[in-house]
Structures are given as structure tokens and as C-alpha cells.
Ligand binder design. Structure first.
Ligand code: TXA
Ligand code: MG
Length: 340
């Protein structure tokens, strides 16, 4: 990939001056600010319309300076960092007292991640000479689908001058947000998976010898764990492969315009009533790469609903199924209502 080093230097200066820069990561695009500048962090919350109690992930150039950000780094964290950093894994650790609570939404923990995207790596190595942290949530309005292209970021924020610069790094390879693993309470609760992602529970277990638990009520808050999140404007409706023919038929009879997202091959006559459709790849890595871009495209078609064929179950599909369930949460009763 060609990296525009001038743009990187300009972005680093922009961040150092307390302004916001959107940048590509291998998961999704981030809306970045200097993690040690509370005013700049405040801008993220207002621009994104995100509650100030929701913590931000701090992006770092490598695992080297971790003790600057975190107070206690368990062996499990070191092992995971060795294997998965740079990459799509966020670790929740005890926050160092020197780091402002603003970045953590007031919690005593901190989320840290070292992204592998070459543009993010270049930015982090120039920003504060590689010693800084860039706090960045996904670069979308709160609750919306995360951006996987620079154009998506422009679509979210338009010409808003609070976003000073957008670095373009092509389409994010992974396509869904990082796996979030809470190690901040490991001695009492063990490792806890707050958000599934490309790095699966099985992948984590293979490194630390223990499968992380699912989040419990006492687990740290994460907006990515809200029941409704990552949602397009068009209602998203999920259906099992075997139910798709009957659902399509029923919706067609009601005169509904259906945008279909499927991965199975269905006969042409069954698809004839479909208003617009997208055939997804059958491999999880390719599916997640496309997921948000396809949801955004279908969202713009003016359909009555986006009908999604539920992907298979299994560890490698956990992140995808998780995002689809949250995207569909607000419209979970739509099918029942329309077809009854
Ligand atoms: O892949 C990603 O993680 C992307 C890219 C830009 O790195 N970032 C991202 O950020 O998805 P955001 O803010 O959209 O989602 C981060 C999630 C939120 O649900 C937040 O609540 C959680 O991480 N989080 C961050 N710090 C936390 C902490 N200290 N304790 C618990 N959850 C935390
Ligand atoms: Mg987000």
C-alpha cells in the first residue's frame, strides 16, 4: 500500500493540536483524538453523539509502553500481545492513575489495542514520536453501522469542521470491530469476552489455555454490547436459511420491497420477487470484510426491510452473528407484525 507520508505528518500534528482525525484500521475506521487531551476527547463524544460514560479504546504503536497506560499487566495479556498484536484484539486492563478517567468514561480500566493497518501504524509511529496514544471509537454516529471505507466516514459526518482530516487507507480488511477481552478482573472473574470479533474465543483459549467467559452483569460497560447497535435505518430482519422461501413469499404477498442479503444459492424463481439482493461470501473472513459496506449499500435502496439469511453458527462466525443480532434488535418483531 502506498502511504502518503505528508498526510500522516499533517494528521499527527492535527492530533497534537487537539483536533480530530479519522484514520483506517484493519477492523473499521476510527475517529481519533489525543488520548491525553481531555478537551479533544470531549470533541469525540459530542461529534459522535455518544454518552460520555462510554469508554474509548486507546490505540498504541506497540505493546512496549503498555505500563504507561495500564497498572497491572497479567501474563495472559503478555502472551496474547505476543501472538495477536498488532491486530484486532482490544485488552481491558486496570488503568494507570496517570491516565485521565475521561478516556475510560470514568471507569478504573482502560481499553488498549495496537492496530495492524499500515496507515494506523504509520500515524502512531509519528504521533508524539511513537509514545502517544490515540483514543478512537468507530468513526460513525452512535448506534450506526461502523465505517469500513473513507467515504463511509464522509457520509457520517459530512463537512463538519470538528473532524479536521480523514486519512484514506482503502477498505478495512477485517470489516468488523476488534475482539474485546476483559483481563482487568482476571484474578477474581477470569478472562471475559466483552465483544466477539475475528480473534475468536477459541483463538484466545489456544494461547492462554482458558476459554473466556461471556460478559456478566458486573462486567465493564461497552456500547458495542448494547442490545441495539450497529444498525442501518432500514429495519434489519433475520431468518434461518430454511425459512427464507416462506418469508420471501409472505412478504411479497404483502407488497413489501425486500433487500435480501444471503449466502446460500436459491433458485431464480424464488428470488424473482426480491427488490434488490446481495450474495455474500461463504467464508467468514470474506463475509465480515463485506458486511458493513453491504448493509450501507442496501440501506440506501429504499427497501421496506433488509432480510438477512442467518450465517452458520460456530466460533469463527460469532462476531458476525453478534453484529447482525444487534443490527436487528429494534426490528425483532417486524416479521411477526407484517406476516400476521
Ligand atoms: O476495532 C475497533 O475496536 C474499532 C477501531 C477503530 O479500533 N474501535 C471501536 O471503538 O470499535 P468503539 O468505541 O466503537 O467500540 C469500543 C468498545 C465500546 O463498546 C466501549 O464501550 C468498549 O470498547 N470499551 C472501551 N474501553 C473500555 C473499558 N475500559 N472497559 C470496557 N469497555 C471498554
Ligand atoms: Mg462503535
Amino acid at each position: 500500500m502506498n502511504i502518503d507520508i505528508k498526510a500522516i505528518h499533517r494528521a499527527a500534528e492535527t492530533l497534537e493540536s487537539g483536533k480530530l482525525v479519522a484514520f483506517p484500521t484493519e477492523t473499521v475506521y476510527g475517529l481519533g483524538a489525543d488520548a491525553e487531551n481531555p478537551d479533544a476527547l470531549g470533541l469525540i463524544f459530542t461529534l459522535k453523539r455518544r454518552p460520555a460514560t462510554h469508554p474509548l479504546i486507546v490505540h498504541v504503536a506497540s505493546g512496549e509502553n503498555l505500563s504507561y497506560w495500564a497498572d497491572f499487566i497479567p501474563d495472559e495479556a503478555q502472551k496474547l500481545i505476543q501472538v495477536f498484536w498488532p491486530g484486532p484484539l482490544t485488552l481491558i486492563l486496570k488503568r494507570s492513575p496517570r491516565i485521565s478517567a475521561v478516556v475510560s468514561g470514568g471507569q478504573d480500566t482502560i481499553g488498549v489495542r495496537c492496530p495492524s493497518h499500515p496507515v494506523a501504524q504509520a500515524l502512531l509511529s509519528v504521533f508524539k514520536k511513537g509514545k502517544g496514544g490515540i483514543a478512537a471509537p468507530s468513526a460513525n454516529l452512535f448506534g450506526n453501522v461502523s465505517p469500513t471505507k473513507a467515504q463511509h466516514v464522509r457520509d457520517e459526518f459530512g463537512q463538519d469542521s470538528r473532524l479536521a482530516q480523514i486519512l484514506d487507507g482503502g477498505q478495512s480488511e477485517v470489516g468488523i470491530e476488534s475482539t474485546i477481552l476483559d483481563l482487568s478482573r482476571i484474578n477474581t472473574h477470569g478472562p471475559v469476552l466483552l465483544r466477539p470479533g475475528k480473534i475468536s474465543a477459541d483463538d484466545i483459549a489456544s494461547v492462554i489455555g482458558k476459554r473466556p467467559d461471556k460478559a456478566d452483569k458486573a462486567a465493564p460497560r461497552a456500547s458495542g454490547t448494547l442490545l441495539s447497535h450497529y444498525a442501518p435505518n432500514t429495519p434489519v430482519v433475520l431468518a434461518l436459511t430454511g425459512d427464507i422461501p416462506a418469508v420471501l413469499n409472505g412478504l411479497h404477498k404483502k407488497g413489501k420491497r425486500i433487500a435480501l442479503m444471503h449466502y446460500s444459492v436459491f433458485p431464480d424463481d424464488m428470488l424473482a420477487s426480491v427488490f434488490v439482493r446481495f450474495e455474500m461470501p461463504a467464508f467468514s473472513a470474506d463475509y465480515s470484510h463485506q458486511l458493513y459496506a453491504v448493509l450501507r449499500t442496501l440501506d440506501e435502496k429504499g427497501a421496506d426491510m433488509i432480510l438477512v439469511e442467518l450465517p452458520p453458527l460456530g466460533s469463527e462466525w460469532d462476531g458476525i452473528n453478534d453484529r447482525l443480532q444487534r443490527a436487528a434488535y429494534d426490528s425483532r418483531d417486524v416479521l411477526k407484525t407484517v406476516l400476521s
